[in-house]
Design a protein around this ligand. Structure first.
Ligand code: FAD
Ligand code: DLZ
Ligand code: SF4
Length: 494
C-alpha cells in the first residue's frame, strides 16, 4: 500500500524499525515549517541545529535507498504547515495510508490525531522506540500514591538491571548524591568541550531571509553542536573518556570561566533521538566496569537519564494539558528584560543568561538555582518563563522543558514533582560557585544598598507564602526561624 510517513525534527532515530530496510511503497516526509519554528521565539542555534540535523538525516536515509521528500524552509512548494504539506502530498501522489511516530509534545499529538481524523485514508501512529517507559507508565506506577522520583528510579534500575547486583544496587546504595555536589576548586582543569566547527552560514541566511524570529549568537560559521549520529557518538565517547570521572563530583558547581564544567552536553543529541538513552547509559556503565570512572560518578549520571528524564516525561503525559495552566503561587510579574540581554549587576544571573545567549546552553544548576530560583523568588509568571526556557536552550522540547520549569523549578504544580520549592538566598549560590566573589552586590548583606537581591527576596518569598508552605514539613524549619528569631537574629540566619 502506498504509504506516507512523517518524521518530525526531534525524531532522528536512525535505528527505528521503520528504517531497517528500504521499501518502495513507503515515502518519508520531513519538513522545515513555520508552524514549528514560530510557536515560540527560538535561539538561533536551536533552529540551525535542528534543521542541519534533519537535512543530514534525510540525506542518510536517501543514501540507504529510502524515498524521502524534504521541504526546506525556502522551498516554493512548502506550505509552511505540517497538515497542509501532508494533505497536498496525499492528493498529489495518491498515498493510501499515512503513518507517523508518536510525537513527544501534547500540542503536536493533538494536532496529528485531528489531522488523521479529517483524512479519508488509513492512518497509524508508531512508537518512537526511544524512551524506556511508555507514556502512561509513571501514572500507572504511582496510581493515586504520591509521586516520588526515587521510588520510580529504583524500580527502573531493577527493571533494566542497571548497576544491579542481583536484586541489590551495586555498592550497596541506590544513590551517591551526598558524595557529589562539590564546588569547583582552584586548580581543577576542566577539559575543553568537544565542538564540531560546522559552517552553516547558508542555512542561517535562509532562516534570516524567511523572517523567522530568533535571538542569540548564531555561531553559524563555527557551529559547535553535533548534527548527525556519528558526531553524537563522538560526543558521547568524549564525555565518557574525559568528563564522566568528575561528572558527579562537580555536577552542581558553577564557575565564571566554565560554561559546561563536566557536563555531557548530550541533551540535544538525546532529545532529537540521534542517541538512544540505553547506549548513553551503557557507555557510562562500561566506563565504570573498566575502572575509568567510579561508582558515584556513574550512578549520578545514570540517575539523570534512567530516573529524571523518564520520570519527567511520565509526569508530562500524566498531567497534560492541565499542567501548562498551573500557577500555584499565582505569580504574574513579567519576565525582566535582562533575561534577554544578560545586562544585570547580579553576577550569577548575568553569567547564566549571557552564557545561554552565547551557547544555547546552561547546565542544570544554572537553570534551577540561578535563573529559576530568581524567577520564583521574584514572582515571575510561569507562562513567560516556559516560553523563555523553551526558546533559549538547544535541548528544549516541551515534555522535558515544562516539567522541569513549571514543576521542578517553579513549584507551580504545588509539589507534585518537587517535595519543596527549590529556592535559596545568596548562601547556596556562593557555596556552589565563584559568582559572588566578583559581584557588584554583597552576598552577606540583607538590607543595605549593595545587599544581594536574593537575600531579601528569599525571606519575602517565605513570608508571603506562609499559608501555602507552612503545612509542608520540609519547610517548617524556615517558618520556625522566621517566627522565633528577633529581627536581628533573622538577619543572621540568612
Ligand atoms: P548532563 O548534566 O550531562 O546530564 C546528562 C543527561 O541527563 C542530560 O543530557 C539529560 O538528558 C538528562 N538530564 C539531566 N537532568 C535532567 C532533568 N532534570 N530532566 C530531564 N533530563 C535530565 N533538559 C532538557 O533536556 N530539555 C529542557 O528543555 C530542559 N529544561 C530545563 C529547564 C529548567 C528550569 C531546569 C531546571 C532544567 C531543565 N532541563 C532540561 C534539565 C537539565 O538542565 C538538562 O537536561 C541538562 O542541563 C542538559 O545538559 P547536559 O546534556 O550537559 O546534561
Ligand atoms: C523545534 C523545531 C523547530 C524549530 N522546527 C521544526 C521544523 O521546522 N520541523 C519539524 O519537523 N520540527 C521542528 N522542530 C521540532 C518540533 O517542534 C518537534 O518535533 C515537536 O516539538 C514535537 O515534539
Ligand atoms: Fe548572585 Fe547575590 Fe552572589 Fe551577586 S551576591 S552573584 S546577585 S547571589
Amino acid at each position: 500500500m502506498k504509504t506516507l510517513r512523517l518524521i518530525l525534527g526531534d525524531q532522528l532515530n536512525s535505528r527505528h524499525s521503520w528504517f531497517s530496510k528500504a521499501d518502495d511503497s513507503v515515502t518519508y516526509v520531513m519538513m522545515e515549517v513555520r508552524s514549528e519554528t514560530d510557536y515560540v521565539k527560538h535561539h538561533i542555534q536551536k533552529i540551525i541545529g535542528i534543521f542541519a540535523a534533519m537535512r543530514n538525516f534525510a540525506n542518510a536515509l536517501k543514501r540507504k535507498g529510502h524515498k524521502v521528500i524534504y521541504f526546506s524552509l525556502d522551498d516554493n512548494a512548502n506550505k509552511q504547515s505540517l497538515a497542509e504539506n501532508i494533505h497536498h502530498l496525499i492528493a498529489k501522489h495518491g498515498f493510501q495510508r499515512f503513518e507517523y511516530m508518536l510525537p513527544d509534545e501534547y500540542r503536536v499529538d493533538k494536532y496529528l490525531k485531528a489531522l488523521c481524523k479529517e483524512m479519508d485514508i488509513e492512518s497509524h501512529a508508531w512508537d518512537s522506540e526511544h524512551f524506556l517507559t511508555h507514556r502512561q507508565e509513571v501514572a500507572e506506577f504511582f496510581e493515586d500514591k504520591q509521586y516520588l522520583m526515587e521510588r520510580f528510579y529504583r524500580m527502573m534500575r531493577q527493571k533494566h538491571g542497571l548497576l544491579m547486583d542481583g536484586n541489590k544496587p551495586v555498592g550497596g546504595r541506590w544513590n551517591y548524591d551526598k558524595q557529589n555536589r562539590k564546588k569547583l576548586p582552584q586548580g581543577v582543569k576542566v577539559p575543553a568541550p568537544l565542538e564540531f566547527h560546522h559552517n552553516h552560514s547558508e542555512l542561517f541566511d535562509i532562516i534570516k531571509e524567511s523572517g523567522v524570529a530568533w535571538f542569540g549568537n548564531p555561531k553559524a560559521d563555527d557551529f559547535p553542536w553535533p548534527v548527525n549520529r556519528e558526531e553524537s557518538l563522538q560526543l558521547l565517547g568524549y564525555f565518557v573518556k574525559y568528563l564522566l570521572s568528575d561528572f558527579g563530583t562537580y555536577q552542581d558547581a558553577m564557575h565564571t570561566n566554565e560554561a559546561f564544567v563536566f557536563h555531557s552536553r548530550l541533551s540535544f543529541a538525546l532529545n532529537t533521538k540521534m542517541l538512544h538513552p540505553n547506549e548513553v547509559m551503557d557507555a557510562a556503565v562500561n566506563a565504570w566496569k573498566n575502572k575509568k570512572a567510579d561508582l558515584a560518578q556513574t550512578e549520578g549520571f545514570v540517575r539523570q537519564i534512567l530516573g529524571w528524564r523518564e520520570y519527567l516525561r511520565g509526569i508530562y503525559w500524566a498531567k497534560m494539558p492541565e499542567y501548562e495552566q498551573l500557577n500555584f503561587f499565582e505569580h504574574e510579574l513579567p519576565l525582566p528584560e535582562y533575561f534577554w540581554t544578560g545586562k544585570t549587576k547580579m553576577n550569577c544571573v548575568q553569567h547564566a543568561v549571557s552564557q545561554s545567549l552565547e551557547h544555547a546552553y546552561a547546565h542544570h544548576i544554572q537553570r534551577l538555582m540561578v535563573t529559576g530560583n530568581f524567577a520564583l523568588l521574584a514572582g515571575i509568571n510561569p507562562d513567560e518563563l516556559d516560553k523563555w526556557y523553551l526558546g533559549i536552550y538547544i535541548d528544549a522540547f516541551q515534555w522535558v522543558e515544562i516539567t522541569n520549569t513549571r514543576g521542578m523549578s517553579q513549584y507551580a504544580d504545588g509539589g507534585l514533582l518537587a517535595s519543596k520549592p527549590y529556592v535559596s538566598s545568596a548562601n547556596y549560590i556562593d557555596k556552589m560557585s565563584n559568582y559572588c566573589q566578583t559581584c557588584y552586590y554583597n552576598k552577606k548583606q540583607k538590607t543595605e544598598d549593595k545587599a544581594c537581591p536574593f537575600n531579601a527576596l528569599y525571606w519575602d518569598f517565605i513570608d508571603r507564602n506562609r499559608e501555602k508552605l507552612s503545612v509542608n514539613q520540609r519547610m517548617s524549619m524556615m517558618y520556625c526561624l522566621l517566627d522565633n528569631a528577633s529581627h536581628s537574629r533573622k538577619k543572621q540566619s540568612w
